[in-house]
Design a protein around this ligand. Structure first.
Ligand code: SAM
Length: 273
């Protein structure tokens, strides 16, 4: 589980410091998401949970006449994205909770998101709000992970943890909260969205790349995702064994200059009802 408060604080800070590695981890997803977005009209575009802004910047470049706004609850990530956008006239970033954000210009006609919509405490309320402030017929296009079983980078790390503890709530805000398309369709259809569709994509989650991809992957996992959480939360005497298992797991997945894991994602689309 990763909720808004964690994104506002240390988790957002880690992502802001590690944006080059997190962008790389999504390197095979981004072009597919951009292709899905390119099929949709939209001149007032909002990127929900924009993070350090890679998707916003790419869409702003692809649509020079559009107004692109990325919103995020992490001040550190908004600052990182703002630096990256310097010199662009059609792309801005703002600190805002998507569940309550109010446009201070035209109503959006296209929402996009790369893995930024699974963290709402109350997803129905958030999507009701987003529909309410959007133009009639506005489009929505976002990516999210499929189940942990279809994401060996996450299930593999979970398997390295000491056994025990309650199983996590699959619907709690977090990377897998939108894994079940039936649940997500129900959320969207009950919050003012129609024509909900899901396209499955199988990609590689690129944890590390370069002359020492294992060190790169371990640097990513030390700051981002379930391994970083485990290292924070495990009792101190259990950490060295976990780190040793993680290093072995990462090394097993090295192929040449890359450490990558299978990852299953949805690209979801919907239209404001
Ligand atoms: C997994 S990260 C993805 C970041 C970025 N879209 C990317 O692809 O690199 C999720 C993002 O959602 C943001 N977020 C979480 N809850 C949010 C909310 N209620 N409103 C706006 N942003 C939110 C987080 O701060 C974080 O930047």
């Amino acid at each position: 589980m990763t909720d808004k408060r964690e994104w506002e604080g240390p988790v957002g800070r880690s992502w802001a410091e590690e944006w080059r590695r997190t962008d790389r981890s999504f390197a095979e997803l981004t072009p597919r998401l951009l292709e899905a977005i390119a099929a949709l009209p939209g001149g007032d575009v909002v990127d929900i949970g924009c993070g350090a802004g890679q998707l916003s910047l790419a869409v702003a470049d692809a649509r020079p006449d559009a107004r692109m706004l990325g919103i995020d609850v992490s001040a550190d990530l908004v600052a990182a994205a703002t630096i990256r956008a310097q010199g662009r006239r059609n792309c801005a970033f703002a600190l805002a909770d998507a569940a309550t954000w109010e446009p201070d210009r035209g109503a959006p006609d296209l929402y996009i998101s790369r893995h930024g919509v699974m963290f709402f405490d109350d997803p129905v309320a958030a999507f009701v709000h987003l529909a309410g402030v959007a133009q009639r017929g506005a489009n929505l296009c976002f990516s999210c992970f499929r189940s942990p079983r279809e994401n060996p980078w996450a299930s593999g790390i979970a398997a390295l943890l000491p056994a025990g503890g309650a199983p996590p709530d699959p619907h709690a805000p977090g990377p897998f909260a939108f894994a079940d398309p039936r649940r997500v369709a129900e959320i969207l259809e009950s919050s003012g969205w129609r024509d909900v569709a899901f396209a499955p994509h199988d990609i590689r989650y690129i944890a590390g790349q370069g002359p020492d991809p294992v060190a790169e992957a371990l640097a990513l996992f030390a700051r981002i995702g379930p391994a970083a959480r485990a290292m924070r939360e495990l009792p101190e005497d259990e950490r060295p064994a976990f780190q040793a298992r993680l290093a072995e797991f990462v090394a097993e997945h090295r192929r040449g200059d890359t450490v990558a894991f299978g990852a299953g994602v949805w690209i979801a689309t919907a239209v404001k009802a």
